[in-house]
Design a protein around this ligand. Structure first.
Ligand SMILES: Nc1ncnc2c1ncn2[C@@H]1O[C@H](COP(=O)(O)OP(=O)(O)OP(=O)(O)O)[C@@H](O)[C@H]1O
Ligand code: SF4
Length: 271
């Protein structure tokens, strides 16, 4: 990370990674949450900034709903998802009176909120800050990128796709967005890649496979790996439980750990 941001609230953050997808519902928040948990298991201090203002799902997935954000001298104190304070979260979900309330804001209000998230959250020392974004390329994307670019702190993006999404072009548009805005693509994750049977743990490819790898080849970006569609993973997220802790012998655990290791290596080679 460029140390041009010494006085900013991100001064103690070593790496900032945006998690992007072309389409909604492909598992961007799931991958963000699982990457954060895997990094924490690897001994890293992690933060998640949820800029999906209209559909903030990070608080629920990490069992942190109905928590309040407090002020300190250096800004907003993030909500910690664990007692050790190694997983810090900030989301508009913490600022709403009712977490199910719909956020219906125009562009300028969203831009101002994201500006405040970047300048006012007292993250402290973090190894990695993951930024969960809405699908596509919206006001939120432009606002977060503009703010991060001013501070020269964005390491790059992880693109999440499903095996078949490459044919729709949405995710290719997302890759073009990264290229146009000068955001490095750290890698592509293929999510919902095969289905893990809840009874026998066998993984079957119900859709086509290989869309993520194909996209990586098309765009010249690294391929980070595949995460299967695993009912135990969605159940854990619904209940705000740490899947990686509950299912350490599963193929999904190995997949998420492998992706996290590759991502960490790519950050280290950049340092
Ligand atoms: N690998 C997976 N295995 C099982 N369920 C998954 C997996 N990935 C995502 N899901 C489930 O799919 C749903 C959508 O996932 P998620 O909210 O992460 O998508 P998203 O791309 O962030 O959506 P949005 O467009 O709303 O931001 C959730 O219910 C989640 O639990
Ligand atoms: S073995 Fe096949 S049919 Fe039987 S539970 Fe597993 S996936 Fe389903």
């Amino acid at each position: 990370m460029d140390q041009n941001n010494e006085s900013s609230s991100l001064a103690g953050v070593r790496h900032v990674i945006l998690v992007l997808s072309g389409k909604g519902g492909v598992g961007k928040s799931t991958i963000t949450a699982e990457l954060a948990l895997a990094l924490r298991h690897a001994g890293k201090k992690v933060g998640i900034l949820d800029v999906d203002l209209c559909g903030p799902s990070i608080p629920r997935m990490l069992s942190a709903t109905r928590r309040d954000v407090h002020q300190c001298d250096s800004g907003w104190v993030p909500v910690y998802a664990d007692a050790e304070k190694s997983l810090a979260l900030m989301s508009v979900g913490f600022l709403l009176d009712d977490p199910d309330e719909a956020v219906v804001w125009r562009g300028p209000k969203k831009t101002a909120m994201i500006g405040q998230f970047v300048s006012d959250v007292a993250w402290g020392e973090l190894d990695v800050l993951l930024v969960d974004t809405p699908p596509g390329t919206s006001d939120e994307h432009l606002a977060i990128l503009e703010n991060l670019k001013k501070l020269k702190v964005a390491d790059g993006a992880v693109l999440v796709t499903t095996p078949q999404a490459v044919s729709t072009g949405d995710v290719r548009r997302e890759a073009t967005f990264c290229k146009k805005t000068g955001l490095r693509i750290l890698g592509i994750v293929e999510n919902m890649s095969g289905f893990v049977c809840p009874h026998c743990s066998e993984c079957s490819n119900i859709f086509s496979k290989g869309g993520g790898e194909e996209l990586a080849k098309l765009t010249g970006c690294p391929f980070l790996g595949c995460v299967p569609l695993d009912p135990q993973l969605s159940a854990s997220l619904e209940q705000g439980k740490d899947f990686l802790k509950s299912f350490p012998d599963s193929a999904t655990f190995s997949a998420i750990s492998g992706i996290t290791k590759t991502l960490l290596n790519s950050l280290q080679t950049k340092e």
